[in-house]
Design a protein around this ligand. Structure first.
Ligand code: KG4
Ligand code: ZN
Length: 342
C-alpha cells in the first residue's frame, strides 16, 4: 500500500510516499526558512501563500522520487491540525482534490501524532523499523509543543506533561534571536553551543509542583537578563557560553521531566520526536537516561524529527487501520489536542 503524505501545518511544504508505514520511498521537504528568517519567525500569510505555490510541485516530486505515478497512491494522508490555519487549509484542500480526483481514501492526521509515528519509521535506508515495547513515553518537543505523551498501546494517548507557556523550540528560537544568531534558533544555538561551556551560566532548573509540566518563560527571561547585563563589547566572546548554558538548561528540563514521567508510568520505552529532537545533546542525554531506567530508547533520524510528510504518511497508515477513512468534509484545526492531560 502506497501512502501519499502531505504536510503544510507550519512553514515546510512537504510530501512523501511511504509503503505500508515502513518503507520511505520519498520524503520531499521544501523549507520556507529563508522567506521567514528576515522576520525572525514564521509569518502566517507568507507561509500559506508559499504552500499554495509549491504544494502540487512538491507532491509531483515526491511521486517521481518514489518511482510511482500519482494514480499509484493508494491512500492520501494529510495533517489537519494543530497548526497555522491558512497553511493547513492549503494542504488539506490539495489532499481532498487528490483523493476526489483519484478516488482514493483520505485520512486526516494530527500533527503531534505524526511526530510520534516518526518513531515507527526505519532509522536508515534498508533498515528494519524499530520494535517498540509498550507502555512507552514519548517527548514531542517542537516549535509549538513540549508534550510528554504516555502511549499504553499504539494509538492510545494520555498527556502526562506539557508546557505552561513557551514550547522548548519557541524558547530556543526567541533566545537565538536575542543573541543575534538567526532563525530557526534551535540549530543556531546548537552550533554556537559547540564552542561554549554549558556550566558558564547557572540557569535554574524549574519543577512545577506535583506535575511533569514544563515552564520555559522564566528561563528565557533569565537568559535575556544575563545577556543584557553583559557589556556590548564582551558579547561576541560570551555568545557560545550563553548558548551552551541555555541549551543545557532546556535539555535538562526536557530529559528530567520525561524520565520522571516514564518512571511514574512504568514505561519500558522512551521515544523522542519533534524538531528539537534533532538536537544532538538532547538525543545523547535522553539515550543515557533511558539506559538508567532500563528502558529502550528510540529516536527518528534528524530529518524525520523536523516537520516532514513521511511521518504523516506513517501515522496515516495506522489511523486508517484504526478508524477508517475520513470524508471530504474533514475540517482543519489550529488547536487539536492529541489527548487529555491527566
Ligand atoms: O517539529 P518542527 O519542525 O516544527 C513544529 O512542529 O514546530 O520544530 C521546529 C522547532 C524550531 O523551534 C527549531 O528551532 C527547533 O525545532 N529545532 C531544533 C533543532 N532543529 C530544529 N532545536 C534544537 N536543536 C536542533 N538541532
Ligand atoms: Zn512539527
Amino acid at each position: 500500500m502506497n501512502i501519499l503524505g502531505i504536510e503544510t501545518s507550519c512553514d515546510e511544504t512537504a510530501a512523501a510516499v511511504v509503503r505500508a508505514s515502513r518503507d520511505v520511498l520519498s520524503n520531499v521537504v521544501a523549507s520556507q526558512a529563508d522567506l521567514h528568517a528576515v522576520f525572525g519567525g514564521v509569518v502566517p500569510e507568507i507561509a500559506s501563500r508559499r504552500h499554495a505555490e509549491l504544494a502540487s510541485a512538491v507532491v509531483e516530486q515526491a511521486c517521481r522520487e518514489a518511482g510511482i505515478a500519482l494514480a499509484d497512491a493508494d491512500v492520501i494522508a494529510v495533517t489537519h491540525g494543530p497548526g497555522l490555519i491558512g497553511s493547513l487549509l492549503v494542504g488539506v484542500s490539495a489532499a481532498k482534490g487528490y483523493a476526489y480526483g483519484l478516488r482514493k481514501p483520505l485520512v486526516a492526521v494530527n500533527h503531534v501524532e505524526a511526530h510520534v509515528y516518526a518513531n515507527s519509521l526505519p532509522p536508515g535506508p534498508g533498515a528494519e523499523p524499530p520494535s517498540i515495547d509498550y507502555p512507552a513515553v514519548c517527548l514531542v518537543a517542537s516549535g509549538g509543543h513540549s508534550d510528554v505523551v504516555l502511549i499504553r498501546q499504539p494509538g492510545t494517548y494520555q498527556i502526562l506533561g506539557w508546557t505552561r507557556d513557551d514550547a522548548a523550540g519557541e524558547a530556543l528560537d526567541k533566545v537565538a534571536r536575542l543573541l543575534g544568531l538567526g532563525w530557526p534558533g534551535g540549530p543556531a544555538i546548537e552550533r554556537a553551543a559547540e564552542r561554549g561551556d554549558p556550566k558558564a551560566f547557572g540557569f535554574a532548573r524549574v519543577w512545577l509542583d506535583d506535575s511533569f509540566d514544563f515552564s520555559f518563560s522564566g528561563l528565557k527571561t533569565a537568559a535575556a537578563r544575563t545577556w543584557n547585563a553583559i557589556p556590548e563589547d564582551e558579547r561576541a566572546h560570551r555568545v557560545a557560553d550563553l548558548s551552551a548554558s541555555f541549551q543545557a538548561a532546556i535539555v535538562d528540563a526536557l530529559v528530567s521531566h520525561t524520565v520522571a514521567a516514564a518512571r511514574w508510568a512504568g514505561a519500558t520505552a522512551l521515544l523522542l520526536s519533534g524538531g528539537v529532537a534533532a538536537n544532538r545533546a538532547l538525543r545523547l542525554q535522553m539515550a543515557t537516561a533511558a539506559t538508567e531506567i532500563e528502558a529502550s530508547f528510540h529516536c527518528p533520524l534528524p530529518t524525520l524529527c523536523t516537520d516532514n510528510a513521511a511521518m504523516v504518511a506513517a501515522a496515516g497508515y495506522h489511523v486508517l487501520e484504526r478508524r477508517g477513512p475520513d470524508g471530504l468534509d474533514v475540517d482543519t484545526f489550529s488547536s487539536l489536542p492529541l489527548a487529555d492531560h491527566i
